[in-house]
Ligand binder design. Structure first.
Ligand SMILES: [Zn+2]
Length: 150
């Protein structure tokens, strides 16, 4: 089962065109690319992590970017509802990530950090699921949890 971490060079992490691809998707959706919206997208692509609106606000301000918390939040919501970025609903609140394509997650049970993973299930297993459910599987995401082995 081929598994690659997001930090390794993959063929198309988050779509083929990186940050420029995200800008292009916004334009194609008719979304205005305001300075604030570009700041938020740029930060998500730089960090390649799953962050709360507060994390993103704090990191932008730490970089000297002048942006309000409400603007960060509104831009994140607009981007996630348009499908340009990822949004994970967690008990502690929403987390946003740069990838918009289907992918899996590995959550560290000690630190709570979430890594993107590209996991490909064997075709045989997918066929079994299709036979059992009567559905044609078009995409899937796995949620894995674990602890780092020393
Ligand atoms: Zn993710």
């Amino acid at each position: 089962m081929p598994v690659t971490g997001a930090s390794q060079p993959a063929t198309s992490p988050g779509g083929a065109h990186g940050l420029e691809g995200a800008y292009l998707r916004c334009r194609n959706l008719g979304m205005r690319l305001s300075r604030q919206r570009r700041m938020v997208l740029e930060l998500l692509w730089d960090e390649k992590d799953h962050l709360s609106a507060r994390d993103i606000f704090e990191r932008l301000n730490a970089r000297g970017r002048n942006i309000g918390h409400t603007s960060v939040y509104q831009n994140l919501e607009a981007l996630q509802s348009a499908g340009v970025i990822e949004c994970l609903d967690r008990a502690t609140g929403r987390l946003y990530g740069y990838r918009s394509d289907p992918h899996s997650h590995l959550t560290c049970l000690d630190s709570g950090t979430i890594q993107d993973l590209d996991v490909e299930l064997p075709a045989e297993l997918l066929q079994q699921i299709e036979r059992a459910t009567g559905y044609r599987i078009e995409s899937y995401t796995l949620s894995l949890c674990g602890r780092r082995q020393d």
